[in-house]
Ligand binder design. Sequence first.
Ligand code: GLY
Length: 592
Amino acid sequence: MNRPIRRTLAALALLAAAVPATAQVTEVYHPPAEAVATAHPLATEAGLEVLAAGGNAFDAAVAVTAALGVVEPYGSGLGGGGFFLLHREGDKLDLLVDARETAPGAATGDMYLDRNGEPIARLSREGPLAAGIPGTAAALQHLSETFGERALADNLAPAIRLADEGFPVNAELSARITAMAHRFSPAAQAVFMPGGEVPASGETLVQKDLAGTLRAMAEDGAEAFYEGAVAEKLQRGVFSDGGIWSLGDLALYRVKERAPARIDYRGYRITTAPLPSAGGVTLEQIFKILEARDWPPSDDTAARHELIEAMRFAYRDRAVYLGDADFVDVPVARITSDDYIADIAGRIGTRATPSESMEVASMQEARAKGRQTTHFSILDRWGNRVSATLSINTWFGSGYMPPGTGVLLNNEMDDFATAPLVPNAYGLVHTEANSIAPHKRPLSSMSPTFVDGPRGVFITGTPGGSRIITMVLLSTLAHMNGLPAELAVTAPRFHHQFLPDVVQFESGALTEPQREKLRERGHKLEEVTRDFGNMQAIHWDLRRGFVDAASDPRGFGRAVVREVPVEAGAGAVGFVELGGASSDAARLASLL
Ligand code: GLY
């Protein structure tokens, strides 16, 4: 896509959907096609294979999750966790399966501080002390058993094959191994650098130990991972290399089913991750601020400025208030109340609000960054959906692999406030609400999302650390403004997270005159040339009756839409009273 078009799309993503709030959800029938969008073609194939064998979206999610852990080992895997947002069409159930890692039972608030109380950042990012108790293995069993149609073993089969027989390394994996090799434990080195060499693109990578672990799970379920022989190897490795896991921590791990966060915005219903993801609260605050300001104003720079300010204020509250609500009181009702939002909306002026003038101004700054983590979206022929964001945190997580397991462990402990007001790997700062406590879940940004409304169903999400929430916001606005899935994932991005006090923008997102106008309003800008997300999205257009899917061109993934036979009673009638077209339609059209 050429630069001017990309810029135009960025401008389009700024404009709110002014869709009347009259759309009513009625009975939704089956889509005319199924779709799988993931960050790796082989994971997409695994999902399609399971759908073709009669599995539903939840079975396919198990296959995709397990396969991604094999072929994209730097982003997710059995050693990590994540959030699975589910929609079961039969009974309209929306549910979040929270498979976020937990702090080990022996974890303490000062475990990453030196004797002077200063943080030792490396400890929360490298090696077994950085790893939380993984949740992905438990989620695989839970999804298969509770929501799937097929046995766990059948859903794991593609991943076992990929690990056992190997798969061709792509340029991305080869480059990531090269960059992170210095952090690998001996077992990880043996797997990812067979013979001591980084595999070149096209070479086959075999992971026998991981195949063994997956096979043990296929035979004995998640119990094999949390209580069986695998658990013993995991715990023994971690403990002997300086970590603090106990067998009890593994045996205690459970996924949690949670009611998703719901946001209503101008006729659209946004369903996304609740705490311990910051996504739900932060998106709700931003959308409410936009609504309170009757966004967008007619001037494009003002529209962009107000959106950036809404991000700034919401990320300030993320830092101050958010944490695992099972452990701390989070004043969600207060900070999303109309009065509170009106106050923020009223404080947004024509100039940038310096973050240092806001509460918690003494927080240290660090750069936001990241494309780590992974996301996939699935729609099956019955209208079931999965939007899942999974992680081992930074590239290759902790770099630590307990010998004999093939399981690379996360470094998700770094998502806690390892020390108050000290930035984590994404430059995010936190306070007491996100402090470390035994069995607590660290605050996340992962925001798997459904958008339901006049344009039908949009399934979206992305990796990208602290930028996940604003990327989901921009793609949702783009969808609301009529962009097809491909353009919603392609449109250039920008981001503000309170601290550091800078607008990060992707190359192509802002023209030089647009940058200048933002600078005139007091914004500091920083161009980011790479690693700005890897979105996987599906759009089921109910009015026109088609399904569209897109994999982010920033990554190496694949989105496939496959037509399915129309069954009796199937159709595409999902919404009535669509109201008129967006009043911004003419403005949008003039910008194209
Ligand atoms: N580890 C990144 C996140 O959960 O936001």
